[in-house]
Design a protein around this ligand. Sequence first.
Ligand code: GTP
Ligand code: MG
Length: 197
Amino acid sequence: MKIKQSEFVISAVGPSQFPEDGIPEVALAGRSNVGKSSLINKMLLRKNLARTSGQPGKTQTLNYYKINGDGVLYFVDFPGYGYAKVSKTEREAWGKMIERYLRGREPLKLVLQLVDLRHPPSAEDQRMYQWLSHYEIPMAVVTTKADKVSRSQWPKHIKIIRQTLGMPGHVPLVLFSSETGQGRDELWSLIIKSAEI
Ligand code: GTP
Ligand code: MG
């Protein structure tokens, strides 16, 4: 994918703010700090279009990023789950918004579920994976921060992640690093195929 242009469109707090142009959407889910915003920046070759931070829980709305002008693709950056300092009420409100989006959003073509390559998926990662599978939402798992694990250890970590999530072999898994660009081409191929762009 040749990125000619990319721009932030909107931080949507609810469905009334979602774009109505029908452009395909790829959403990113994963716990706070896993690297969702960094992945968007790497895919778009932008330094800081999607705001990243060492401070978890920064992204609290559905943030839309548009690629190559009208009619191509949106990335939708989700609020990270699993951030303990957020109140229960806030967490439930996010949960409802995300659930409604994932189940009812017609232009949604693919959900990328991000998990940290270094660690076995958390109980929340497992719940998210099972939920997406249950509703048969097209998805792929992206394992982030691959640069923090030595190459020789990659197969072992991938095996643990597939096993912990209970991923059948046909569900794609892409090994990714926003630092090195590892997995970027592979992920673009997957997105292009899934979104039919
Ligand atoms: P929330 O918006 O809080 O949900 O977090 P997020 O998932 O968007 O994470 P973000 O992209 O902000 O990254 C969190 C931290 O991890 C930042 O300090 C990033 O620099 C770092 N990080 C993200 N991806 C990578 C990666 O591939 N490798 C390394 N080494 N660090 C990464
Ligand atoms: Mg973020």
